[in-house]
Write a protein that binds this ligand. Sequence first.
Ligand code: SAH
Ligand code: SF4
Length: 360
Amino acid sequence: MQQNLLDFDAHALAAYFTEMGEKPFRARQLMRWIYREGESDFAAMTDIAAALRDKLAQGACIATPEIVREELSDDGTRKWLLNVGTGNAVETVYIPEETRGTLCVSSQAGCALDCAFCSTGKQGFNRNLGVAEIIGQLWWANHRLGKNADGNWPISNVVMMGMGEPLLNFDNTVSALRLMLDDHAYGLSRRRVTVSTSGIVPAMDRLREECPVALAVSLHAPNDKLRDQLVPINQKYPLKELLAACQRYLERAPRDFITFEYVMLDGVNDTVQHAHELVRLVCDVPCKFNLIPFNPFPQSHYRRSRPDAIQHFRDVLMSADIVTTTRKTRGDDIAAACGQLAGQVQDKTKRTLQRSMGVA
Ligand code: SAH
Ligand code: SF4
C-alpha cells in the first residue's frame, strides 16, 4: 500500500526520507510543496530530482479524504462533507470574516462523550481520524478556496471545534497541529490555532507540554451538579480539577487567558443566578467567555435562550470584568453552526440502540 505523506508531521517525514537514504532537508522541501503550494502531484515538484520524484510516486501519495458534498450558506460560510471510509463522513466548516478566515476542523468520526445538547454526541462514536484526515481538511479547504490576491492561503485561523473531542485523539491531533504551526507547512501562529475541549484533564497537561496552542474549554455550567448532566465527562474530571488544569495550562499557553465556551440553554443554565455562580467559580482563572446560543438539531429537546436572557447573563460577567462575547450564529441555514455537525457516523458504541432499549 502507498504511504500517505499527509500522515507525517515534519519529524516523521524526515525519518521516512532518512530511511529511503535521502537527506532530511529534502523532506522540508517536499513539505513546502505539499502545504505552501498545495501540490499533490510529485511530477510538478520541479526542484526535486526526477529520480526521487519517481521513487516517491511509486511508494507514496498525497491524499486527502474525498469530498462528497459542498454547501454554501447565505452568509458565506461553507461546509464540506468528507468521506473517511467505511460508511463514515465528517464535516469541516469555513467561516470567512473581514480580517481572517477560520476553519472549524473535526477530529473524530462521532464522539463518545455524549454531551446532552450536542448533535455529534448523539450520533455515537466510530473512530479517531488519522493525521491525514485532520490536516487534509485544511489542505482541501485551502485548495478549494484558492490563494488570496496577496499570495497567502485564505485560512488564517483553525479551531478544533468540529466533530469529536480532539484531546481523546491526542497523538493524531498533535501531529496535525504541528503541521499547522510548522514554518515549512502552514506556519500559523500558535495564537491562531485553538483546541476546544470538554475538559480531558490529563490530556490538557500533555498538550501544554507537547504543543501549547490557544485553549477553549467547554464549561456550560457553573456547578458540578448541572455539569454532570450536561457534560457527562465532568463526572470523571470535575470542575475543581478542570479549573486547576486551566491554571496550569496558562503557564505555557500562547495567550494569557482561557476561553470558556458556554452554550445558552433556555431555563437550564442561563439565569442571572447561574451567571453570578459562574463569576465566583472562575475568579482565579484569567479567562474570557464566549456565549453560544444553543443551535437546535433534529431530536434535540433544548431551546435557545432568549436574547434578553443572554444579554443579562453577559452583563453579570462583564460587570465582574470578564470579557464576554456572544458567538454569532454562522451557517445555520446549512446546519454548519456549533453543535449541528453530524456528518455520517456508523456508531460502534451501539449507543443509539442502547438508548432505544433504555439501557443508556
Ligand atoms: N469536543 C470539543 C469540541 C467540539 S464542539 C468540545 O466539546 O469542546 C465545539 C463547541 O460547540 C463546544 O463548546 C460544544 O460544547 C459546543 N456545542 C455543542 N453542541 C452545541 C449546540 N447544539 N449548540 C451550540 N453549541 C454547541
Ligand atoms: Fe463530544 Fe464536544 Fe459534542 Fe461533547 S460537545 S459530545 S465533547 S463533540
